[in-house]
Design a protein around this ligand. Structure first.
Ligand SMILES: CC(=O)N[C@H]1[C@H]([C@H](O)[C@H](O)CO)O[C@](OP(=O)(O)OC[C@H]2O[C@@H](n3ccc(N)nc3=O)[C@H](O)[C@@H]2O)(C(=O)O)C[C@@H]1O
Ligand SMILES: CC(=O)N[C@@H]1[C@@H](O)[C@H](O[C@@H]2O[C@H](CO)[C@H](O)[C@H](O)[C@H]2O)[C@@H](CO)O[C@H]1O
Length: 354
């Protein structure tokens, strides 16, 4: 006989049994709900950490990638056509002084209307490709984007092994060597992005390549290099007033590369109404340049977070979000498509993920 009140003393019809049955059912429901909540929270935190699209990941190998002379050029001609073969990488004085090279477009896609200011800059800077690059049998290049994906990547050693390391804007090296390396062969910049100490963030022989967006950009570099009276107006952000660089290391990027990046990679109209000024990012421009300068092109640190990911920081070196880019004239989703296309066709390879 079982005593009253013990575990087995209720029959299914009794209210006590029903109550206990209900409680155990709601326990399961609660448990299931908690599980769903945990799954959602894990998924959310992973997606916030910017690690969720790992397509086209290119695992790093210790061996040097085989390099085939002319390979990037072959790929470039598929994307950009053959017209780019005759184009110099950097603008030359002779083309603006002895011959008045006509340009179809205004800056940033051409030099039309900015020739006089440009001439003054070309007279004090240089245009040659350094012997250290020219003499290479095969040019292995890496374009280092400023993306957050480089943070804690430990790619520094791998990046330093390339013959040519291309960096962008004010992306720092000092303090981030383990993730981004310390070698800088070429750095692309414009006045508003020149807020870096050229001596600390570059190597003694780094080429500083000006990407001109407006005639004032030529004027700024002239005042800096010739120590003339600085101009403060006409920039969307005050450029540095002192910038300690050797003019012989400064180059002016041929705006032709901006034109083909806009046209062939993003299908942007080159002649746009004054108000709508859409343009490729400096990173996409650098990839375009690399495909014309190098034999092998790898990229690292490219890729923006999803537009809905409002809190994800975009740079490896500072805490800013996609919001900072509103009004900058870039279409990052269109650029992602262009980069994926280049990855798929094997024109470039990615050291981070995309
Ligand atoms: C406020 C603003 O205008 N920001 C622009 C900044 C800013 O002017 C400079 O950093 C100087 O301070 O410059 C830009 O770009 P930014 O200097 O941020 O980055 C350089 C290039 O790296 C690639 N990138 C960056 C971050 C990220 N999450 N994914 C990436 O793929 C891009 O290809 C990018 O071009 C620029 O010049 O393109 C584009 C940005 O729009
Ligand atoms: C007309 C004008 O100066 N527009 C400015 C844009 O060029 C500038 O974009 C920035 O212009 C740069 C060139 O100067 C680069 O292209 C950079 O990628 C891009 O973000 C934005 C920045 O927030 O401010 C506007 O007022």
């Amino acid at each position: 006989m079982v005593a009253r009140g013990s575990r087995d003393d209720t029959s299914p019809q009794e209210p006590c049994y029903l109550l206990r049955n209900m409680t155990s059912k709601s326990h399961w429901k609660l448990l299931a709900l908690a599980l769903v909540l945990v799954v959602v929270m894990v998924w959310y935190s992973i997606s916030r950490e910017d690690r969720y699209i790992e397509f086209f990941y290119f695992p790093i190998s210790e061996k040097k990638e085989p390099c085939f002379q002319g390979e990037a050029e072959r790929q470039a001609s598929k994307i950009f056509g053959n017209r780019s073969r005759e184009q110099p990488i950097f603008l030359q004085l002779k083309d603006y002084f002895w011959v008045k090279t006509p340009s179809t477009y205004e800056l940033p896609f051409g030099t039309k209307g900015s020739e006089d200011l440009l001439l003054r800059v070309l007279a004090i800077t240089s245009y040659s490709i350094p012997e250290s690059i020219k003499s290479l049998e095969c040019r292995r290049c890496v374009v280092v984007g400023n993306g957050h994906r480089l943070r804690n990547s430990s790619l520094g050693g791998v990046i330093n092994k390339y013959d040519v390391v291309i960096r962008l804007n004010n992306a720092p090296v000092a303090g981030y060597e383990g993730d981004v390396g310390s070698k800088t062969t070429i750095r692309l910049f414009y006045p508003e992005s020149a807020h870096f100490d050229p001596k600390i963030e570059n190597n003694p022989d780094t080429l500083l390549v000006l990407v001109a967006f407006k005639a004032m950009d030529f004027h700024w570099i002239e005042t800096i290099l010739s120590d003339k009276k600085r101009v403060r107006k006409g920039f969307w952000k005050q450029p540095p007033l002192i910038w300690d660089v050797n003019p012989k290391q400064v180059r002016i990027l041929n705006p032709f590369f901006m034109e083909i990046a806009a046209d062939k990679l993003l299908s942007l109209p080159i002649q746009q109404p004054r108000k709508i000024k859409q343009k490729p990012t400096t990173g996409l421009l650098a990839i375009t340049l690399a495909l014309h300068l190098c034999d092998l092109v790898h990229i690292a640190g490219f890729g923006y977070p999803d537009a809905s990911n409002k809190k994800q920081t975009i740079h490896y070196y500072e805490q800013i979000t996609l919001k900072s880019m509103a009004g900058s004239g870039h279409n990052v989703s269109q650029e992602a498509i262009a980069i994926k296309r280049m990855l798929e066709m094997g024109a470039v390879k990615n050291l981070t993920y995309f």
